[in-house]
Structure formats: C-alpha cells, structure tokens
Design a protein around this ligand. Structure first.
Ligand code: HSE
Length: 398
C-alpha cells in the first residue's frame, strides 16, 4: 500500500506514528497534503505538500487516507479517488453522512472500496460488526453514546463539578472536540454517526437534516439537580430502535440515564453502544470514542482490511428488505424552561409532573417525535429538552 494522506492533526500524527511501527502492514506514506506545509512539524518536510494534485495524480499512490475537517473538500477528494480506482479510508463522518447515496454508487461503479470504521465511535468496531455479524439475527435496537467530547463534558460536570466552559476547553485541548466544537455540543457529530449506524444496521439511508437532533448546549442549571435527585446523569444518546410496526425510530437527544442502564457506566471520552436483538438479547460495545490513537486503531484496521479486498456490501440495503424510518413515536420527556411563554400549549401530549420555581419551571410527560420535528420551540435558549430514563413509551417497544 502506497498511501496519500489528507489532513494533519492529532489523528493524522497518530496514524503516521502507528504506521511507522507496523511494518507487517507493508504500507508506506508517500505524501501528506495539508493546508499549511510551512508550519513546523516533527516529521520531515519533504513528505508534505499543499497541492492535492500531487496525491490524486500520482499513479503510484493506491490508497487515500482522508482525515480533514472539511466535509466539502473531503467529498471532492474521495469522489475523485474512487473514480480513479484509489481505495479510500476516511474518518470524516460529516462527509460520509451527507453523501452516502453518491458514495455507495461510486464504490459500486468503480469497484473500489471506501471504508470508514474510524468515523463512528473511533476505536469500537461497530460498523463492521453491524454489517457482517448482525446479518441474520433480528436487530431490535442500537442505542449509544457516540460522541466522546459531549460525554467528556457531561462526565466532568457531573463527577468533578467542572463548569461547562471549563470542561469544553479540556475536551478541545485533549484533541477530542471537532475544530468547530459546535458540531459536538449541538449534537450534529453524533447525528452524522447515527446516519452511518442506520445504514449498516437497517439499510436506512437518511440525510442528517431529516432527523431530530439536539445537543447539550441548552442544558439549564436545574437539570443537573433534577438528574441528581433521581440518581441519574445526563448523557447524549443516539438511537435507532425498531418499533412494533417494523419502522425504525432514529434521533439524537440528551437523556437522564441511571443505573442499571449500561450507558450510565460510560464516562469521559469513552463511547458505548448497546445492541438489542432477538436471539442475543442485549450486548454492549465499549471503548474510546475520540482521540488520536483510538481513532488510528480503526484506521489501521481499515487499511488492514484493504489487504484482503474488504468492501462494505451494504447488506441490509441490497440483500435484505431495507427498513423505513418511523413517522411518529411517543417519547417520555422532561422540559425545563425559564419563561412560560417559551412552552407552546400543545408541547406535551400528556403531563405527568410539573414544577414551578423562581427562575426555572419544568414539566415531565409525553411528547411526540413528529411534532418535535415540525417545530423548534425546544431549540430556543432557556429551554432544555431531555428524555427520561425510559426514553420511548413502553407500549411502543418490542
Ligand atoms: N469530536 C468527535 C467526538 C471525535 O468527540 O466524538 C471523534 O469522532
């Protein structure tokens, strides 16, 4: 393998180091394309270029590893690479989630693989498992903490009393956060990853813009007290869960999670994915979801898989009946808000509990996913929407 690498950052330098220490892979890095080749680095300058053509036009480079933070440029690079028969390994979840239909057809048209295990949950091999192993057993649900930065921030707030800005700063300094951290805290990164999970778990190809998503950036001060009073922590949970009618409910929302829920044990930059299936019942995947070396481990696994011509077959999409997204689902929710005007009169289908204080109020009850999708009152500053421990109304679940 003669590799052309795009991007330079925590993950790329980890990949560079790991490849240099894995001679058995017989892979060498021919060129690294970066925005600013003159910045001082700890790798010889002759390997760097700012000109992508030096990689894309070099016939000796047969594998492209794409790890930029620019989804638009990444798509151009990946598209051209696949068209020219260069296999691609990418960590760019936003690019893959935004262009999945085109990427699937490019792979098939040019018979060239695109692998992206590192794009979802970094070190946890969840994509290949969903694609290969959960092929026959009936998969009821995939629920997980799939963004390391937000889990790091929430863990630091709950376990070490750090403030939100302090915890976010640490997540950035440790190289867990995206270069634009709003992608993490507003839930978009988890949503992009959920789109990859949906494709490999259920054959559902959904554009991220079509799914309900909220991050941890609107949490109110009272939310932490409410969580602690019930022995819970707040986690950002992505889920794709089969409903009794066979449709798949998929969304990313903060949630109160308390023991014995497996996701309660997931701390800091770790990710955790709980799979439920008809035969195996419940299974738990746990591992580091962000950071240079954990991400490099998945890149390495993808490079290694290229040696035996591994390709995603998108089995659930092409070889089985793909599932469809659920149109409506009822959720157990909690909403805190600063001002009564922030809460529309029909926000809840049912109200089970309410509290009114000096600076905050909250209501607990049932909300409709369909109505959330059609409105945005729950996204405004001062309003915080969090799912309860039993997120989906019980009678709807299998
Ligand atoms: N910013 C991402 C996260 C990096 O925090 O999970 C890994 O995808």
């Amino acid at each position: 393998m003669n590799i052309g690498l795009f991007g330079y950052g925590v993950v790329v330098s980890a990949v560079y180091e790991v490849l240099n220490h894995t001679p058995s892979l017989m892979a060498s890095i021919a060129k690294i394309c970066i925005k600013n080749p003159n910045k001082p680095r700890n790798i010889g300058s002759e390997v760097f270029t700012a000109n992508r053509r030096e990689l894309l036009d070099d016939p000796a480079i047969n594998v492209i590893v794409e790890m930029t933070d620019d989804a638009v440029a990444a798509f151009e690079i990946v598209k051209e690479s696949l068209q020219n028969g260069k296999a691609v390994v990418t960590a760019n979840k936003k690019m893959v989630a935004n262009h999945l239909p085109e990427l699937i057809s490019l792979q098939s048209l040019h018979n060239t693989p695109l692998l992206y295990e590192s794009a979802c949950c970094a070190s946890i091999p969840v994509i290949r498992n969903l694609e290969e192993y959960y092929d026959n057993d009936l998969l009821h649900g995939v629920e997980g903490i799939i963004n390391g930065s937000t889990n790091y921030i929430l863990s630091k707030i709950f376990n070490e009393n750090l403030s939100y800005p302090e915890a976010l700063k640490q997540a950035q300094e440790l190289g867990f956060a995206e270069s634009d951290p709003s992608l993490d805290v507003e839930g978009h990164d988890a949503l992009n990853k959920l789109c990859l999970l949906l494709a490999h778990a259920y054959g559902v190809i959904a554009h991220p813009s079509t799914l309900v998503c909220h991050g941890i950036h609107r949490l109110n001060a009272i939310d932490r007290e409410v969580a602690s009073a019930q022995g819970a922590q707040i986690k950002l949970v992505a889920r794709a869960v089969k409903q009794p009618n066979g449709e798949v409910a998929a969304f990313v929302l903060p949630q109160f999670v308390k023991p014995p829920h497996l996701l309660h044990t997931v701390r800091n930059e770790y990710n955790g994915v709980v799979l439920t299936s008809a035969l195996a019942d419940e299974q738990f995947f746990y591992g580091k979801g962000a950071g240079g070396f954990p991400t490099a481990s998945a890149i390495l696994a993808d490079l290694s898989a290229l040696r035996y011509d591994y390709k995603y077959e998108y089995k659930k999409l092409f070889l089985q009946e793909p599932s469809v997204l659920a149109t409506d689902v009822k959720l157990n929710a909690y909403v805190s808000f600063q001002d009564w005007q922030m809460l529309p009169i029909d926000a809840f289908e049912e109200i089970h509990e309410y509290y009114s204080g000096k600076s905050f109020h909250y209501r607990k009850g049932v909300v409709s996913l369909k109505k959330l999708k059609a409105s945005d009152w729950w996204k405004q500053p001062g309003v915080s929407l969090i799912l309860q421990d039993e997120a989906i109304l019980k009678e709807q679940r299998k």
